[in-house]
Design a protein around this ligand. Structure first.
Ligand code: NAD
Ligand code: MG
Length: 400
C-alpha cells in the first residue's frame, strides 16, 4: 500500500477528475521518487475517480455523497486498496488540511472549491491555486489567511504563473518597490475573437467550448469565450501580486505562447513563453524553486513564426468591463460577479440563455445589489447567495 511511503511529497488533488487534476496526476506519475498522490477528489465522474484511485493508490478519496462513497469504498476494498473514502465538503476540507499532506492542488471549479482551498491555506500547506474563483470571491480574507498561516501560495493559472516567474523572488514590499511599472496579462481572445458581432447571440455551447489553443473544463472554456476568464484573472492578479486594477493591462495574443509579461520602470519587459500545456505551470509550482520535466515538448519558435498582439474590444467582450468594474469596487463585488457568472454560464451550457445574455445577467446583479464589506467567510458566502438569487430572478423574469 502506497501509504507506507514517507519519502515523496504527499499531494492532495482537489478536482482530480478534471482537466487540471488529470494534468497534475500526469506530472506526479512522471516523478514517483518526488511525489505521491495522497488524496484525490471527484464529483460527478466517479468511474474515472475509481480508475485514478486504482492507478495512484491514494490514502484518501473524497466524493460528494454517502451513496457514492459506499459504492467507491466497496470497489476499492475489493481491489485490495486501503484508500479511505470521505464524503462532502467536510471530506474535501479534511484531505486539504490533513497533517500528512505536503501540497494541495486546488483544482475544483467554481465557488465549490472555496472552503476546501481555504482549509489548505489555513493549515499552512503549499497551495497550488488553479481554482481562481476561490481567490476572486474571498480575496482579502484569503490573502490574510495565507500570511497568518505561512502557507506557500503558488499560481497555476498560466498567466499568473508566468507573472510569478517574471517577478523577483521577494516582491512582498510591493510592486513599486521592485521597479514594476505594470503587468501585461495576455489573453487568447477565445473562439469568438473574430466572429462577426451579429452572430455572437447565436453561438452554441459546443462552439464556446472549442477553444483554439487550450483544452479545458467547460466552465472555464465558456469564460474564455466571453473573456470573463480574463476578468476573473485580473482580480486574481490584483490579490496575488498586490496590484491595483489600473496596473494590469489585458493584451490579446492569439497564439498563447507568451503567457504574460512584467513591464519594469527601466523599460525592460520580461515574459514567460511556452507551449500552451498546463503541465508547465503545474510542474513549476510542484517543484518550485527547482525545475522538473513536465512532459511538455520544447517550444519551437520557428513553427510559432509570429507573435501578434491587439487591444481587447469591450463591445465584443462586455464581461471584461464588468470584471474591471467589480475589481475597482472591491468588497463584495467580485464575489457577486463570480456568482452571477456561475449561474449565467450554467444556464448557457443548459441552452436556457444566449451567449450574450451572460453579460446581461452579471450587469443586472452588479447594478442591483449594493456592494458591502466582506470581512468574514459568512459575509462572502452571503454575497454569493444573494447574487445567485438575483441572477435566478433574471432567469425567471425572462421565462428561462
Ligand atoms: P474541470 O471541469 O475539468 O474539472 C473540475 C473538477 O472539479 C472536477 O474534478 C470535478 O469533479 C470537480 N467539481 C466540480 N464541481 C464540484 C463540486 N460542486 N464540488 C466538488 N468538486 C467539484 O475544470 P478544469 O478545467 O480542470 O478547471 C479547474 C479550475 O482550474 C477552475 O477554477 C479553472 O478556472 C482553473 N483553471 C483551469 C485551467 C485549464 O487549463 N483547465 C487553466 C487555468 C485555470
Ligand atoms: Mg489562465
Amino acid at each position: 500500500m502506497g501509504c507506507a511511503l514517507t519519502q515523496p511529497q504527499r499531494i492532495t488533488v482537489l478536482g482530480a477528475t478534471g482537466s487540471i487534476g488529470l494534468s497534475t496526476l500526469d506530472v506526479i506519475a512522471r516523478h514517483p521518487e518526488r511525489y505521491q498522490a495522497f488524496a484525490l477528489s471527484g464529483f460527478s465522474r466517479l468511474t474515472e475517480l475509481e480508475a485514478l484511485c486504482l492507478r495512484h493508490r491514494p490514502c484518501f478519496a473524497a466524493v460528494p455523497d454517502a451513496d457514492s462513497a459506499r459504492h467507491l469504498q466497496g470497489s476499492l476494498l475489493a481491489a485490495g486498496l486501503e484508500t479511505r473514502v470521505l464524503v462532502g465538503e467536510q471530506g474535501l476540507c479534511e484531505i486539504a488540511a490533513h497533517p500528512d499532506v505536503d501540497a494541495v492542488m486546488a483544482a475544483i471549479v467554481g465557488a465549490a472549491g472555496l472552503q476546501p482551498t481555504l482549509a489548505a491555506v489555513e493549515a499552512g500547506k503549499r497551495v497550488l491555486l488553479a481554482n481562481k474563483e476561490a481567490l476572486v470571491m474571498s480575496g482579502a480574507l484569503f490573502m490574510q489567511s495565507v500570511r497568518r498561516s505561512n502557507a506557500v501560495l503558488l499560481p497555476i493559472d498560466s498567466e499568473h504563473n508566468a507573472i510569478f516567474q517574471c517577478l523577483p523572488t521577494d516582491y512582498s514590499r510591493g510592486l513599486a518597490d521592485v521597479g514594476v511599472r505594470r503587468i501585461l496579462l495576455t489573453a487568447s481572445g477565445g473562439p469568438f475573437r473574430e466572429l462577426p458581432l451579429e452572430r455572437l447571440p447565436d453561438v452554441s455551447p459546443e462552439q464556446a467550448c472549442a477553444h483554439p489553443n487550450w483544452s479545458m473544463g467547460r466552465k472555464i472554456s465558456v469564460d474564455s469565450a466571453s473573456m470573463m476568464n480574463k476578468g476573473l484573472e485580473l482580480i486574481e492578479a490584483c490579490w496575488l501580486f498586490d496590484a491595483r486594477p489600473a496596473q494590469i493591462e489585458v493584451v490579446i495574443h492569439p497564439q498563447s505562447v507568451i503567457h504574460s509579461l512584467v513591464d519594469y520602470v527601466d523599460g525592460s519587459v520580461l515574459a514567460q513563453l511556452g507551449n500552451p500545456d498546463m503541465r508547465t505551470p503545474i510542474s513549476h509550482a510542484l517543484a518550485w524553486p527547482e525545475r522538473i520535466d513536465s512532459g511538455v515538448s520544447a517550444l519551437d519558435l520557428f513553427s510559432v513564426a509570429r507573435l501578434d498582439f491587439q487591444a481587447p474590444d469591450e463591445q465584443r467582450f462586455p464581461c471584461l468591463r464588468l470584471a474591471r468594474q467589480a475589481a475597482e469596487a472591491g468588497a463584495s463585488a467580485p464575489a457577486m460577479l463570480n456568482a452571477a457568472n456561475e449561474v449565467a454560464v450554467a444556464a448557457f451550457l443548459d441552452r436556457r440563455i444566449r451567449f450574450t445574455e451572460i453579460a446581461s445577467i452579471i450587469d443586472e446583479v452588479l447594478n442591483r445589489e449594493a456592494v458591502i464589506a466582506v470581512e468574514t467567510l459568512d459575509a462572502v458566502l452571503q454575497a454569493d447567495v444573494r447574487a445567485r438569487a438575483v441572477a435566478g430572478q433574471w432567469l425567471v423574469r425572462h421565462g428561462r
